[in-house]
Write a protein of this length. Sequence first.
Length: 584
Amino acid sequence: MFTLRCTTCDARLGVQDETLIGQILACPKCGSMVHVVPSGAVPREPETVPPDMEPGTMFPESGPQVPALELLSESELRVRKILLVILAGFVLFLVVAIGILFSRGKPSEPQPAVAGEEPGPVVPVSHELQPAVVPPVVVVPMKPEESGPSEDVPVQEIRTPETQASETEMPESKEPEYRLKGETEIRSTTDLLADLERKLPGLVELPAALTVDVPDRLRLPLNGFKLDKTSLVAAVRTLSRLTEVPITLDVDEFRCRGIDFDAPISGTYEPGTVGETLIDLLKPLGLEPVIEDRQIFVTVPLEERDKLTEKTFDIADLADSDENLTPQRLTELVRQLVDPVGLSAEEPTPDQPSIKVDGTALIVRHRLRKLDETLRLLEQLRVLRKLPQKTKIEGERLVPEVFGWDAVQAPLTLNYYQPILLGEVFPQLEAAAKIRILVDHKALNRALSPFSSLKGTVGNNNGTVDTALERLLASVDGVTLTYRIVNVDVLEITTRDVAGRSEKMSVEVHRYETPEHPLEDNATPEELVRTIRTALEHNSWYDPGNSETLGLGDIVIDQPSGCLIVRQSQGIQRLLRRWFAGRN
């Protein structure tokens, strides 16, 4: 048996009888004519009545009649896909196991060397491609452009996190060596399914965007590339359109390192491949591209991301302003709200994060992102006590309390009653709300929902940017989307699962009591906190009696200011803001 799709209603149909191949039959769902051809087969002409058969002559019955086309339910399709994936995984496991046994039993033959050349690493290439000729590219500030060519040409190697650690053991060279993961290396579910689709076509039904060979696309040559006061985001988007490969920016590392998404970049880049140009463009910013989940992730080198740095925070002003904010209490707050998991060790080893008190100073050893979050927490406490901000990170824009909430509360009317691609809506949102919208392609690809295929509807008359985004993202089928506020004017679209992870949570301040809206009679802040934990996704909060919940959301009561300091995913932070607004 095989399946096919109705070209009219897109229904999945099952064909039990192979003798029906080539015939044109009616779809049992919509009644349209369907040409019965297996996927990947060459269509043949429909069978005709033999010339020796008189009109009206009946064909002899050869056995029980089989339904011509059978409409398959979603449950049947799901079960068959699961069985096919399990079967393919078992076959792949056997092939890999046999290959390993064969390679161990057979000595490797030395590769012939070319006279006058030093032997180098052998990079497997699936096929040879002739370089194409592309006219020079000049990038201009963000304007909608048509997708660029997707012709396959030789590639510039880009290293992956697995190879970064090993590179430190290699001899130093004048130019950094970028490596690409081997074809047999499987690093995620996305890569596994794409590998199965490549080896066994038709086995797994994947969106076309997830079957793209990213290294081949990076081999696209450029005769020249010029930037004239162009933002980093615009330049990256242009290269993404040229290759039709999505590019994700590591927004959290950008923020903590003070990298401005819209800082103007000017420069002329020599002819080369798209991969070489991307590397040269990012290198001055201390960034590099990494191929992950069928897309490119722009981030800092892995050794920089994981590097522990020690920083001293002066807290004398906070301790003097509030007798309850002792250095020991501030240490507990940093552990509780910044990193309850990483800072949980009482006697950390030199390669673990740590926090200690030295007089009126906190000494924190951690990754730069966590140092940035510590700084933000201390500055929020200063603002709540009407103290001047004391410590800063170069390039950092601190907005205690609102955390960009004002930007998404801007008024906006947006209506699309027919499904439209999100890629067509977001530029309008950016222009109307004066914000930057970035997409976490890495998370979307892992959810098997590439951004290029996502459509949605929205009805938002005289609403806000927040309500428009919430309604638009909620209407998308197949994946649960949400948005995160990265900076006061930068948002990131990602999946709800990724946004709810501990490393993506934010620490925000919510006022629960003001002169205009005091607590109700006989109510206490502790009772209010218990109500919040119960009302807003109770499974997402830390339970002191359950160590497995360490790292989930938490709430600290700051009674002098009448505020709650909340560590949670931004989706729940927004729910909490709406909850307080309705309560008041």
